[in-house]
Write a protein that binds this ligand. Structure first.
Ligand SMILES: Cc1cc2nc3c(=O)[nH]c(=O)nc-3n(C[C@H](O)[C@H](O)[C@H](O)COP(=O)(O)O)c2cc1C
Length: 311
């Protein structure tokens, strides 16, 4: 079983994470996998409340479960159930009972296909039937998956994105943190381009260009999506990550492009303004993204080897 779980973790680590920080550590104990947050990789400035850290952890849990179902392993997930420091989830597996499987089979093949899009989207609508299939993936009662194609709403969200970019890029600590991760080559650029990117981001306030580019990306999207929760707690954040990854895998299986856009949520005041735009009063936005059609990314982003994330 340990060998099988090690194999499944190769799928878990392909999950998306903010700035590709991959803030996870795994421990295999017999037929159980424990997942811990690796807080040395937490984005202290951009993600001061650790919301994105926990969403990223949810994404890796989801990949693990999709892979387990594909290989017919039953699983039981317990979130934040142990006292150990930075414990996030424990997943127990069995192969001798009826496999637990509520996830569509197409999600598995998409694990190795999925990537985050960084291009402007084509002027092409997303089929309502595909959005319905995605809505059916959000089974968590405390969460709501929302989509909009409304132009006025998009304009309002765009205004928030432009303000968020201006505020973040005016902050030298934000730029230094982003520069550090760029310099690590997390987005797959060559060593030289990573270092040039790090210097440029750290020392030059490019807020106007970033805002212009982000605005173009956002307004090109036929669909904006959000995952909102009733409570703003850790379990809701981990589950939001699980739902996002399900949606991202489903998107990949339909040849759709997807990109989280987190800058609004990283600033408390703008996050509240976004909450007011949503049609669900008393719910908080946890994760926002754009969805549409685009050329595939030229390359996939790199991952740390499994040996580095296994305790
Ligand atoms: C919680 C979270 C927030 C993210 N926010 C952004 C974002 O604001 N902008 C962006 O371009 N990508 C964002 N991403 C995508 C990551 O940058 C991406 O997953 C990572 O670089 C790995 O690349 P991949 O998704 O192509 O495998 C986010 C991902 C997660 C899980």
């Amino acid at each position: 079983m340990e060998e099988r779980l090690r194999f499944l973790l190769r799928y878990a680590i392909l999950a998306p994470s903010s700035h590709n920080t991959q803030p996870w550590k795994f421990r295999i104990r017999g037929s159980t996998v424990d997942l811990f947050a690796d807080k040395t990789r937490w984005l202290r400035v951009a993600d001061s409340d650790q919301r994105e850290l926990h969403i990223s952890l949810g994404c890796t849990v989801e990949n693990l479960l999709v892979a387990a179902e594909h290989f017919q392993l039953s699983h039981q997930v317990d979130l934040l159930s142990q006292q150990e420091q930075d414990h996030c989830a424990t997943v127990s597996f069995t192969s001798d009972s009826e496999p637990t499987g509520s996830r569509p089979a197409v999600l598995f093949d998409a694990i190795t296909e999925r990537s985050t899009s960084h291009s402007a989207f084509e002027d092409r609508a997303v089929e309502p039937e595909v959005l319905r299939q995605m809505e059916d993936l959000c089974l968590e009662p405390e969460l709501q998956l929302l989509f909009t194609d409304d132009h006025t709403t998009k304009r309002h969200v765009d205004e928030l994105v432009v303000r968020a970019d201006a505020l973040q890029f005016a902050d030298p600590e934000y730029r230094e943190e982003l520069g550090y991760w760029l310099g690590q080559g997390v987005f797959g650029q060559s060593w030289l381009m990573s270092k040039i990117g790090q210097l440029a981001v750290t020392y030059v306030n490019m807020s106007k260009k970033v805002a212009r580019d982000d605005s173009k990306l956002l307004m090109s999207a036929p669909i904006l999506g959000a995952i909102a929760s009733k409570q703003d707690d850790r379990v809701s954040q981990i589950r939001s990550g699980m739902v996002y990854e399900r949606v991202a895998l489903m998107a990949a299986s339909h040849g759709l492009a997807i990109q989280p856009m987190s800058q609004i949520l990283e600033l408390a005041e703008l996050r509240s303004e976004l909450a007011e735009l949503m049609p669900v009063p008393d719910m908080v936005p946890q994760h926002t993204f754009r969805l549409g059609f685009a050329e595939p990314e030229s390359a996939q982003s790199p991952r740390r080897p499994l040996s580095e994330v296994l305790i």
